[in-house]
Ligand binder design. Structure first.
Ligand code: HPA
Ligand code: ZN
Length: 335
């Protein structure tokens, strides 16, 4: 109980959270109804049935199939706003102070929804979270790596170019099915995004189901300064030394890794090896509505498994703050 209070009070930041992954079944069904969206054949009919499905996924793709079906109920700006606002209310109670939030425009533009509808809804929730809850946030737009390359390029260079140029999206990320879509495919798109706005921050999912070369190539070709997941980095000591030397942060997602069967047991999560090599990492919830826990439940799960002392928790949280993409004044406030 005392340690739970301690974990709750820590000034936590989240770096790996997909806003579409916060769609709880108890919001999904009402939105489907409100927007007259017919869910696909065979989709669970009730909150209970859907929660039953979410108990276990076979792998990343099995989860993604449900994630993209869920996205279909999001239509209007107010839907995106409501989704993000519900997230902020939940994590506010868990002691979250700063959030860097992924969103996937292509899961909506494919259905005829404009990038601005999506962005405006999310951005409104972010402003309100800052003024009413004291949570700072940044939006990171992700490319779906399993979409045709030309569409990915159009997203960056056309549909969302204004958001990048004006600094409305703070970072660019890369997500969805990893293994058949190595990072090198996206080298030119990352370069042209950075050209649109040299201040754009860059990250990519890598080393979740792909091996350590996905991590190394994301750094070398995409020029990312952070890696999402990155747990397979531990396959290469050379890579770990490089991550440590350059202070490249891994945004680790413990409960996600269990639900998607990246690991069978949290004990296999390579946090001790990362600590040993001095590789900075943060702990994150990824898609909390699907994976059974928000940021604090991820902290709890790690504590139950590893039993870190106060000193190690302090170091983890300080590294997390330092690795955040907020300005230096905000970092000082948080520490
Ligand atoms: N990995 C890849 N793509 C995703 C994820 C993830 O964990 N969550 C949402 N899209
Ligand atoms: Zn993710």
């Amino acid at each position: 109980p005392e340690v739970k209070e301690f974990l709750k009070e820590l000034p936590k930041c989240e770096h790996h959270l997909h806003l579409e992954g916060t769609l709880e079944p108890d919001l999904l069904f009402p939105l489907a109804k409100r927007n007259n969206v017919a869910l696909p054949q065979g989709f669970p009919q009730t909150v209970e049935e859907l929660n039953e499905k979410y108990k276990q996924f076979d792998d990343l793709q099995d989860f993604l199939n449900f994630y993209y079906m869920g996205c279909q109920v999001l239509i209007n700006e107010c839907d995106f706003y409501e989704l993000a606002w519900q997230y902020f209310l939940k994590v506010h109670k868990q002691g979250l102070k700063h959030a860097e939030l992924f969103f996937d425009p292509q899961s909506h533009t494919e259905r005829g929804i404009s990038v601005d509808t999506v962005y405006n809804g999310f951005a409104k929730a972010c402003s309100k979270a800052e003024s009413e809850l004291g949570i700072s946030s940044k939006l990171i737009m992700c490319i779906l790596r399993d979409c045709p390359l030309q569409k990915c390029q159009d997203l960056v260079e056309k549909e969302a170019a204004h958001l990048i140029k004006e600094g409305k999206v703070h970072g660019l990320g890369l997500d969805s099915a990893e293994k058949p879509f190595p990072p090198t495919l996206f080298t030119n798109i990352y370069a042209s995004a950075k050209k649109l706005n040299p201040e754009l921050r860059l990250t990519a999912h890598a080393g979740e189901e792909g091996d350590h070369t996905y991590v190394k190539n994301s750094i070398d070709f995409l020029k990312v300064e952070r890696i999402d997941h990155g747990v397979n980095s531990v396959q290469s000591d050379d890579l770990l030394r490089e991550l440590s030397a350059n202070k490249t942060m891994l945004t680790v997602c413990p409960l996600s890794n269990i639900k998607l069967q990246v690991f069978q047991d949290l004990k296999e999560l390579p946090l001790l090896k990362l600590l040993e090599f001095g590789v900075p990492f943060s702990l994150n919830s990824d898609d909390p509505a699907y994976f059974g826990g928000y940021i604090l439940e991820n902290y709890y799960a790690v504590h139950e498994t590893f039993g870190f002392d106060y000193k190690i928790w302090g170091d983890i949280v300080i590294n997390t703050i330092k690795g955040s993409w907020c300005d230096e004044n905000r970092k000082t406030e948080l520490i």
